[in-house]
Structures are given as structure tokens and as C-alpha cells.
Design a protein around this ligand. Structure first.
Ligand SMILES: Nc1nc2c(ncn2[C@@H]2O[C@H](COP(=O)(O)OP(=O)(O)OP(=O)(O)O)[C@@H](O)[C@H]2O)c(=O)[nH]1
Length: 113
């Protein structure tokens, strides 16, 4: 898939944490975005959705399957202003239960200029 960007301030990448069979496909799409020059230094919020379902992946599992274990930059307030590291974090959520994503967006907001 090829996207056309004008200017992007942040990326929110929503993954179905219950659909484990499609993690490889999700990783491929995410890797393509992470390596896109137009998105260099843009903060990435990865949301693992559907954690209300018993067999949904845990945050650790999702991080591992998306290959993000060594790329997350830390939750809470992390000052990356003087680095050229791309802020990236994984937050788990349930959209239908309206939970989890608030913390993710709060994290993301610190990187929006
Ligand atoms: N249990 C649960 N179901 C959810 C949640 N968020 C969305 N859904 C349900 O998931 C269904 C939509 O499926 P999605 O996974 O969003 O499907 P999609 O992204 O449109 O399509 P795919 O590309 O095939 O995954 C709807 O029935 C939603 O109600 C959630 O947090 N928990």
C-alpha cells in the first residue's frame, strides 16, 4: 500500500490485539511507515485494541510480534527534543469499552508541536 502524505504530525497505528494471525501483516505495514522518509521523527502511537477479549495479546506479546521491543522510547514524559529518535510507544486499549487509548493520546500530545 502506498500513501500520499502532505505533512504528518503524528501517526496512530491501531492493531487488533486479538487477531494474532494478522500480526505479521500488521508488522509489515508498520515497518513500511516507520521507514518512510516522510515520517522520519514523527511520533508513533501504537494502540493494541480489543483487550476486553480474554485471548487478546498482552502488551509484551504485541510489542514482540510487531518487532518494537528495542524501539519503544518510554511512557510518561520523556524528553527526546535533542535526539533524532522517533518517539514510539505501545498502549493497550479497548475502543468499545472506551479505555486505554486516553493514556496513549496523552503520551502522544507531549510530542505535538
Ligand atoms: N471486543 C471488541 N470489539 C471491538 C473493539 N473495537 C472494535 N471492535 C469490533 O470490531 C469489529 C470491527 O472490526 P475491526 O477489527 O475494526 O475490523 P476492520 O479493521 O474494519 O477490518 P479488518 O481490516 O478486517 O480488521 C466491530 O464489530 C467492532 O465492534 C474492542 O475494543 N473490543
Amino acid at each position: 500500500m502506498k500513501f500520499l502524505f502532505m505533512k504528518v504530525d503524528e501517526v496512530v497505528y491501531l492493531v487488533d490485539a486479538y487477531d494474532k494471525e494478522r500480526f505479521a501483516e500488521s508488522k509489515k505495514e508498520l515497518d513500511a511507515l516507520l521507514s518512510d522518509e516522510a515520517l522520519a521523527n514523527v511520533p508513533f502511537l501504537v494502540l493494541g485494541n480489543k483487550i476486553d477479549i480474554l485471548y487478546a495479546a498482552s502488551e509484551d506479546e504485541l510489542r514482540y510480534h510487531l518487532g518494537l521491543t528495542n524501539f519503544i522510547t518510554g511512557k510518561g514524559k520523556v524528553n527526546l527534543a535533542d535526539s533524532n529518535v522517533c518517539p514510539l510507544e505501545v498502549f493497550m486499549c479497548s475502543i468499545v469499552h472506551k479505555m486505554g487509548y486516553g493514556d496513549g493520546f496523552k503520551w502522544l500530545s507531549q510530542y505535538i508541536k
